[in-house]
Design a protein around this ligand. Structure first.
Ligand code: NAD
Ligand code: MG
Length: 382
C-alpha cells in the first residue's frame, strides 16, 4: 500500500520540491491532498497530474477558475480556511507535509495533528507561535512531527542514538549568514528589496529569504528547535557557516560533536521526513568535499542583526511572546516586500511591538490567536 500524503502549500518552493520527491519515490507514495493560496494555474496543473482525493484554494475568488481548469477530474474541490482544514484532516492522508508560509499554517497543521496524522513540518511559524500547544496535541494523538527544515532535520539525525537530554551539551544551528554578512552596518539603511531577495546558498520563497537576510530565520529556528527537541535556550547556539554544507550539529557532554552534511537541496531533508526511518535513493547532486575544499565558521554579529536577540528574548519569555514576535515579523516582512519600509525598520518594528506587549492571556490556543491578532495590529500601526 502506498503511503498517502497531503501537501499544504503545494505551489510554493517546498511544495514543488516535495512533489518532485514524491514523483521519484513512486509508487511508494500517493498524493491525496493539495492546497494553495492563489496560484490557481499551478494548483490545477498539479491536480491534473497527481489526481488527489481533495484540493483546496484559500482565496474563494479563484474557486470558479479552479473548477473550470480541473473539469473532468474526480478531485473534490474546496476553498477558504475550512477547505485547507478539510484537506489536512479528511483527505485520508497518513502524513501531512506543511509547506504553507506563516501563521496561516497553524489551524490546518493542528487539525492534522489532532487526527493523529504524521507531520512533515516545514511551516516553522506554526511551531514558533504555538510550540507548546502543537507538541502537547501531538503527544496526545500519537502524531509524529518530523522536521523538514534542513537544520532541524540535521539535528534530528545527529540525535539518533541518544535520547537523553542530559547527554547533550549544545545544539549548534548553522546559518549561512545571508547576503549581508560582510556588509558594513552603516550601509544597511540603503539595502534594497532586490539585494535582500538574493540569498547566497538557498532558493526559497520570498518571506523566508527576507528572514534569512535579517537572520530572523535563524531566530525562528532557535525557537523551533526548543520545541522540537525540548532543549533549553541556553543549550541552543548559532554558528555562521557561509557554505551551508554542514546543516547543523549536536555537541555531547563527552566532547563529541556530530554533524550532518549535504548539498544545499531541500529534497534531501524532505525525502528523509517522508521515508523516515528508512532511506531511499535520490538523484540529488552528491556532496564532494574535495571540490568544496574549505568550510568556514564564525560567530553571528548580534549588533548587525538584532533579530537574533529579539527571538531569544521572546523564546525565553515563552507563553504568547513567540507568537507576538512571529506576527510582528510577518507584518514587517510583508511591508518590506511591498517596499513600504526599510530593511532596518524590520527589527525596529518587531522590537517596539515586543516592548509594548503585556500578556493578558496564557499560552493556550485562544491566547495565542489573540496575541497574534494584537501583534499584527500593533506592528501595522507602528
Ligand atoms: P513559498 O512562499 O514558496 O510557498 C508558500 C506556499 O504556501 C504556497 O503554496 C502558497 O500558495 C501557500 N500560502 C501562502 N500564504 C498562504 C496563506 N495565507 N494561506 C494558505 N496558504 C498560503 O514558501 P516556501 O519557501 O516554500 O516556505 C514554506 C514554509 O517552509 C515556510 O514556513 C518556510 O519558513 C519553510 N521553509 C522553507 C524552506 C525553503 O527552502 N523554501 C526551507 C526551510 C523551511
Ligand atoms: Mg532552515
Amino acid at each position: 500500500m502506498p503511503k498517502k500524503i497531503a501537501i499544504l502549500g503545494s505551489t510554493g518552493s517546498i511544495g514543488i520540491s516535495t512533489l518532485k520527491v514524491v514523483q521519484k519515490l513512486k509508487p511508494a507514495f500517493q498524493v491525496v491532498g493539495l492546497t494553495a493560496y492563489r496560484n490557481v494555474k499551478e494548483l490545477a496543473q498539479q491536480i491534473k497530474t497527481y489526481r488527489p482525493k481533495m484540493a483546496a484554494i484559500l482565496d474563494w475568488k479563484f474557486f470558479p477558475e479552479l473548477k473550470a481548469l480541473t473539469k473532468g477530474t474526480s478531485t473534490q474541490l474546496l476553498a477558504g480556511e475550512e477547505g485547507l482544514v478539510a484537506v489536512a484532516g479528511d483527505s485520508g492522508a497518513d502524513m501531512v507535509l506543511t509547506a504553507i508560509v506563516g501563521a496561516a499554517g497553524l489551524k490546518p497543521t493542528l487539525t492534522a495533528i489532532q487526527k493523529g496524522k504524521d507531520i512533515a513540518l516545514a511551516n516553522k511559524e506554526t511551531m514558533v507561535m504555538a510550540g507548546d500547544v502543537v507538541t502537547k496535541a501531538a503527544k496526545k494523538s500519537g502524531s509524529r512531527i518530523l522536521p523538514v527544515d534542513s537544520e532541524h532535520c540535521a539535528v534530528f539525525q545527529c540525535l539518533a542514538g541518544s535520547t537523553k537530554p542530559s547527554e547533550i551539551h549544545k545544539i549548534l544551528l548553522t546559518a549561512s549568514g545571508g547576503p549581508f554578512r560582510n556588509l558594513n552596518k552603516k550601509h544597511f539603511s540603503k539595502i534594497t528589496l532586490k539585494q535582500a531577495l538574493k540569498h547566497p546558498t538557498w532558493r526559497m520563497g520570498p518571506k523566508i529569504t527576507i528572514d534569512s537576510a535579517t537572520l530572523m530565520n535563524k531566530g525562528l529556528e532557535v525557537i523551533e528547535a526548543h520545541y522540537l527537541f525540548g532543549a533549553p535556550y541556553s543549550k541552543i547556539d548559532i554558528v555562521i557557516h557561509p557554505e551551508s554544507i554542514i546543516h547543523s550539529m549536536v555537541e555531547y557532554i563527552d566532547g563529541s560533536v556530530l554533524a550532518q552534511l549535504g548539498t544545499t537541496d531541500m529534497q534531501i531533508p524532505i525525502q528523509y521526513a517522508l521515508t523516515y526511518p528508512a532511506r531511499g535513493n535520490s538523484p540529488v547532486n552528491r556532496l564532494d568535499l574535495t571540490q568544496i575544499g574549505q568550510l568556514h565558521f564564525e560567530k553571528p554579529d548580534h549588533g548587525k542583526f538584532p533579530c537574533v536577540d529579539l527571538a531569544y528574548e521572546a523564546g525565553e519569555k515563552g507563553g504568547t511572546y513567540p507568537a507576538v514576535l512571529n506576527a510582528a515579523n510577518e507584518v514587517a516582512v510583508n511591508r518590506f516586500l511591498k517596499e513600504e519600509i526599510s530593511f532596518n525598520d524590520i527589527p525596529k518594528i518587531i522590537g517596539k511591538t515586543l516592548r509594548k506587549y503585556r500578556p493578558l492571556t496564557n499560552g493556550n490556543l485562544d491566547g495565542i490567536l489573540w496575541a497574534d491578532h494584537w501583534a499584527r495590529e500593533t506592528a501595522s500601526a507602528i
